[in-house]
Design a protein around this ligand. Structure first.
Ligand code: PSU
Ligand code: MN
Length: 302
């Protein structure tokens, strides 16, 4: 019961060497409101399929680390309001207790690596929070990128975070940070930022090659690919910045800390933008699913 439990579809894809793309479940339970969370989870899985790979959503269900969920299980997670948010620190405890929980980027990477799944698509990763010099709030996602051999396709770190500090920590940890098709880092809701990208790649084949070479060198950890949101869906940074500052002030005033911070800020930005942040979030996750499937295809072709 400790090892991951794969659906038949994911297990046979792994045996056959068919491309698989891991997907996280915290974005469903804590990242988006009902019913867009369910619609997005379904759409993202379909996009992975349409692009030739098998989607594998990861979660802990009744004490099992599940890789690949059935439609009813995804719906049940999407409807639930009090599911745990699991990272490296709490994954084993939830399994030991027979509990149910959603996996963050970090916990999803752990599961993917155990099942030999090399590619994972999400929206945004956790990072260094603004004010981390006081709060020490640095997401466990960053350390996981330095440990688990998974290429994670995201849209950059959310602007609720401190992006320069996030890049510094990733560099310290030895994580390759790759902007896809441009020289600057994308910033989640915005396609560009003022930050130069540490690395740039322009094709799924290039990303797949670098993933393989990293493994062949024996380097632990994966790669972070930052795929810009399609420009028609973006919300410019100057529009978002004041709303984010207000959301952070509100979080501080209410004493929100720890793992509650990210969901709280996302919810506030959602209301402040009258839902536009959610529309952008949905568009970028779908865009990332496309690129991740293409990278998985390249890796499967060997
Ligand atoms: N980015 C999003 N939506 C999310 C998250 C990130 O756009 O729901 C989730 C991911 O699961 C990520 C987690 O791993 O938030 C980071 O949380 P924390 O900052 O507490 O480590
Ligand atoms: Mn945190």
């Amino acid at each position: 019961m400790v090892g991951p439990v794969l659906t038949d579809e994911v297990a046979s894809a792994r045996r056959a060497g068919t491309p698989v793309v891991a997907l996280e479940s915290t974005i469903i339970t804590h990242g988006m409101p009902w019913p867009e969370n369910l619609e997005t989870a379904r759409a993202v899985a379909q996009i992975v399929r349409d692009n030739g790979a098998v989607p594998a959503t990861v979660a802990v269900i009744a004490g099992e680390l599940r890789i690949g969920l059935h439609a009813a299980e995804i719906e049940s997670l999407a409807r639930s309001r009090d599911v745990d948010k699991l990272s490296r620190a709490d994954l084993a405890v939830c399994l030991a207790r027979g509990g149910t929980g959603a996996t963050t980027v970090a916990a999803t990477m752990i599961a993917a690596a155990q099942a030999g799944i090399a590619v994972f698509a999400t929206g945004g990763i956790g990072g260094v929070h603004r004010g981390a010099e006081h709060s020490f709030d640095v997401s466990a996602d960053l350390q996981e990128l330095a440990r688990s051999p998974v290429t994670v396709v995201c849209a950059g770190a959310k602007a609720i975070l401190d992006l320069p500090k996030t890049l510094e920590v990733l560099e310290t940890l030895g994580v390759p940070v790759v902007a896809y098709g441009q020289d600057v880092m994308p910033a989640f809701w915005a396609a560009t930022s003022a930050l130069p990208a540490p690395l740039r790649m322009d094709s799924p084949a290039e990303i797949a090659r670098a993933h393989r070479v990293r493994g062949a060198l024996g380097l632990a950890g994966g790669q972070l690919v930052a795929n810009p949101i399609p420009p028609r869906d973006e919300i410019p940074a100057d529009e978002l910045d004041p709303l984010i500052a207000a959301a952070i002030a509100e979080a501080e005033a209410q004493g929100i800390t720890g793992k509650a911070v990210t969901p709280f800020l996302l919810d506030r930005v959602y209301h402040a933008t009258k839902g536009r942040s959610l529309a952008a979030n949905i568009a970028l996750v779908q865009n990332n699913a496309r690129l991740a499937a293409a990278v998985a295809m390249e890796l499967a072709e060997g």
